[in-house]
Design a protein around this ligand. Structure first.
Ligand SMILES: Cc1cc2nc3c(=O)[nH]c(=O)nc-3n(C[C@H](O)[C@H](O)[C@H](O)COP(=O)(O)O)c2cc1C
Length: 327
């Protein structure tokens, strides 16, 4: 099923980029980049990986293909409309693995900030203290970002869609959430994967040095090393490709923004700081999480920690003045 779907996606990509090629621009880089960016499920060759390194040589017009999507009608070619069942909504985990139970997400003690206040106060906060988070706070933040409220199944009992605090195109939710835990009460430091169906954590690796590894993979951003925990979202493109084929990349990128915004707001509600992060080395992060970089790869992450004043810090630092403008 997957290979067939990729052949279709590739054919449509060629059709979409055809006019650009006719206008005299190189098409091979565009197709390779599009195939890698959207291509979650099928095997790819090393040649395409080398070509993606030349992304900076593409014209702006070619790069914008990802954002603008495909103008033709892609609907008949997608697996969903050909009666093929959807891929699983959650990556499988080893039978018998010892999962970590999480407290009721609504127990987070300080969840007392009204929504309006949380929205108004939301800022990126990076000046984390050495204090950790409680497990109840972590449970709340995981629920805000990827927790499941409702599961929809078909007549065969297969999961068709999940409904969560964040929206997702076609309710596909194409992410896995990894945590690099540095200071969370009751958890050993290391890497965990969140299992949204179970609302539990799957420990992947205990390691007390993850904070410095992630800091270095994020171009030595200080707040990454100081965070109590990092939320790292990996995209699993085939979940969205199943329904949206060639336009999946755009949906996945937009979905990721919703997830992190809920982390910001959920954290604001319990007076915890968050900073979204795209400044990172793709290959290093993928390899820290043992992701293959094709069927699953890091798309976004965020540092999370307590801040002493609760006040935002400056992105640029130095002698800037800030004027608060509020209605
Ligand atoms: C997609 C995205 C990527 C970002 N990447 C980083 C980053 O790598 N490092 C960082 O310190 N802040 C990062 N930020 C935070 C922005 O710098 C911040 O949102 C901006 O300065 C505005 O400040 P505010 O969030 O307090 O409103 C990112 C934000 C977004 C939305």
């Amino acid at each position: 099923m997957i290979q067939a779907s990729h052949r279709h996606i590739f054919r449509i990509a060629c059709a979409a980029l055809g006019p650009i090629a006719r206008s005299g621009l190189s098409i091979s880089l565009g197709i390779a980049a599009l195939a890698v960016f959207t291509g979650g499920c099928g095997a790819r060759t090393g040649r395409e990986t080398r070509e993606i390194l030349s992304l900076k040589e593409m014209s702006r017009e070619q790069r914008m293909v990802f954002l603008k999507g495909y103008r033709g009608d892609w609907r008949d070619s997608v697996d969903k409309n050909r009666g093929i069942p959807p891929p699983p909504i959650e990556k499988p985990w080893p039978a018998g693995a010892e999962l970590v139970s999480l407290p009721d997400p609504f127990e987070a003690p300080a969840a007392d900030v009204a929504l309006v206040e949380a929205v108004r106060n939301r800022r990126s906060r990076r000046a984390y203290t050495a204090e950790g988070l409680t497990l109840a706070e972590l449970s709340w933040l995981l629920w805000c970002t990827q927790g499941i409220e409702k599961i929809e199944r078909n007549d065969d009992g297969n999961v068709v869609a999940t409904y969560r605090p964040v929206p997702s195109g076609g309710a596909r939710h194409p992410f896995e959430t990894y945590l690099s835990v540095h200071r969370v009460e009751g958890l050993k430091a290391g890497i965990y994967r969140y299992l949204p169906v179970e609302h539990k954590l799957l420990p992947l690796r205990y390691d007390a040095n993850m904070a410095s590894d992630f800091k270095s993979a994020c171009y030595n951003q200080e707040h990454v090393g100081r965070a109590a925990v990092l939320f790292i979202w990996a995209a699993v493109p085939c979940r969205t490709e199943w329904a949206y084929g060639i336009i999946a990349a755009k949906l996945i990128a937009v979905d990721a923004g919703h997830v992190c915004q809920n982390l910001y707001l959920g954290a604001e509600a319990i007076r915890v700081g968050v900073c979204g992060i795209l400044g990172y080395d793709q290959q290093r992060l993928d390899s820290l999480l043992c992701l293959d970089g094709r069927n699953e790869f890091v798309i976004y992450l965020a540092s999370v920690g307590r801040t002493s004043t609760g006040g935002p810090d400056s992105q640029a630092g130095g002698a800037l003045t800030h004027e608060t403008v509020r209605p």
